[in-house]
Design a protein around this ligand. Structure first.
Ligand code: PLP
Length: 381
């Protein structure tokens, strides 16, 4: 034990099978927009329990494509939680629409359906729920609200691939669900993302959007003619990235299972440790544990978090804080008039949050080291 340890909060796993998949793709003659893209889309749609997948070059691009599919425009409002990475709200701003922040539940830090309902106005077009840390949100309650008010429901599932709610797979819980394949996520394509949906019209719109707004329909008919029908982007992903994704996907169930084992070990140790609490669980949710988050308790949490965080870093733990509530970033304050006090639950929680190491290659002994180091940090700072 000691400072020679170096355990990050998340880490990708690349093995021989992945290397072979990538080199095979590189020498196949297709570098981009080839057969591996379609194969990867189908495979991810299948494990999500839906018909369509649109692969793009980041989770952020997937969120942006979803906002396009929903036809979000200037003047529209979309409800988002503050306890997330900025991309979940930025996608609304990309459309010149307004992200409206609805506070989270104090136990799970997932968007609180009652708070969502309070934020609905005549301009509201939809809800983006975020499966914070890997736990699916209460999509049953959110769906009721969305249906009652005629809103779309999107799931930012960048943390929760492989999870489920009441036996229903993540990916099938909203109108469109979005994944990220960034290296710290459950599985990686380097950079990459995907939007999955059962809706053929959304699927079509997102395909056009990821390719400059160009429709391929005429090309299929005439061979050369194409039309740019709207302003899109180049959000395409390469074949070798999708080959890596397919190879990684084959290990996803085993990796998610290991994440759950690690979380159960942490839970056992932390459930009655003074000075902190693990996050709450939602009934019926099967967590995918992108992150394992503890919340420091007691007086002066912000200062204590700073000290515990430094102590853990000094002892070889690459801990992180997820997240600074999005509405507190200067961009949001300056452009959308957000402020301290807007989402008090998220703001209070933020002061005590620390994300501990969580990735499938962690050994049981690594978990023990993390737990003991946290225990000492709480005693010594
Ligand atoms: C909740 C959430 N949404 C969206 C994203 C954006 O994904 P990407 O980094 O692939 O663009 C991330 C990535 O960190 C995320 O954690």
């Amino acid at each position: 034990m000691g400072a020679s340890k170096n355990i990050p909060y998340g880490r990708q796993c690349i093995d021989e099978q992945d290397l072979k998949a990538v080199t095979d793709a590189l020498t196949s003659g297709w570098l981009t927009t080839g057969p591996k893209v379609a194969e990867f889309e189908q495979a991810v749609a299948e494990i999500s329990g839906v018909a369509h997948g649109v692969a793009v070059n980041s989770g952020t691009a997937a969120l942006h494509a979803a906002m396009y599919a929903f036809d979000i425009k200037e003047g529209d409002e979309v409800i988002v939680p503050p306890m997330t990475f900025a991309a979940s709200a930025n996608c609304v701003a990309y459309m010149k629409a307004t992200p409206v922040f609805a506070d989270v539940d104090p136990e799970t830090l997932l968007i609180d359906p009652d708070e969502v309902e309070k934020k609905i106005t005549s301009k509201t077009k939809g809800i983006i729920a975020v499966d914070y840390a890997g736990q699916p949100c209460d999509y049953v309650a959110l769906r009721k609200i969305a249906d009652k008010h005629g809103l779309f429901l999107a799931a930012d599932a960048c943390h929760s691939i492989g999870g489920s709610l009441n036996g229903e797979k993540v990916g099938s819980l909203a109108d469109i669900s979005l994944y990220s394949f960034h290296p710290v996520k459950h599985m990686t394509t380097g950079e990459g993302g995907m939007a999955v949906t059962d809706n053929a019209e959304y699927d079509k719109r997102m395909r056009i959007f990821r390719n400059h707004g160009i429709t391929a329909d005429f090309r299929q008919r005439d061979g050369w003619f194409y039309e740019m029908q709207d302003l899109g982007f180049n959000y395409r992903i390469t074949d070798f990235q999708c080959a890596l994704g397919l190879s990684q996907l084959s290990r996803l169930p085993e990796w998610v299972a290991r994440r759950r084992e690690l979380a159960a070990m942490y839970d056992r140790e932390f459930s009655d440790m003074d000075g902190l609490s693990p996050l709450g669980k939602l009934d019926g949710a099967k967590h995918a544990y992108h992150l394992y988050v503890i919340n420091l308790q007691g007086e002066n949490r912000s200062e204590k978090r700073k000290q515990v965080f430094s102590y853990l870093r000094e002892h070889g733990l690459g801990v992180q804080v997820h997240y600074i509530p999005v509405h507190l970033h200067p961009y949001y304050k300056d452009n959308f008039g957000t402020h301290e006090g807007l989402c008090p639950v998220a703001e209070k929680a933020y002061e005590g949050l620390i994300s501990l190491p969580m990735f499938p290659q962690m050994e049981d002994a690594d978990v023990e080291y993390v737990v003991e180091t946290v225990r000492k940090a709480l005693a010594e700072v």
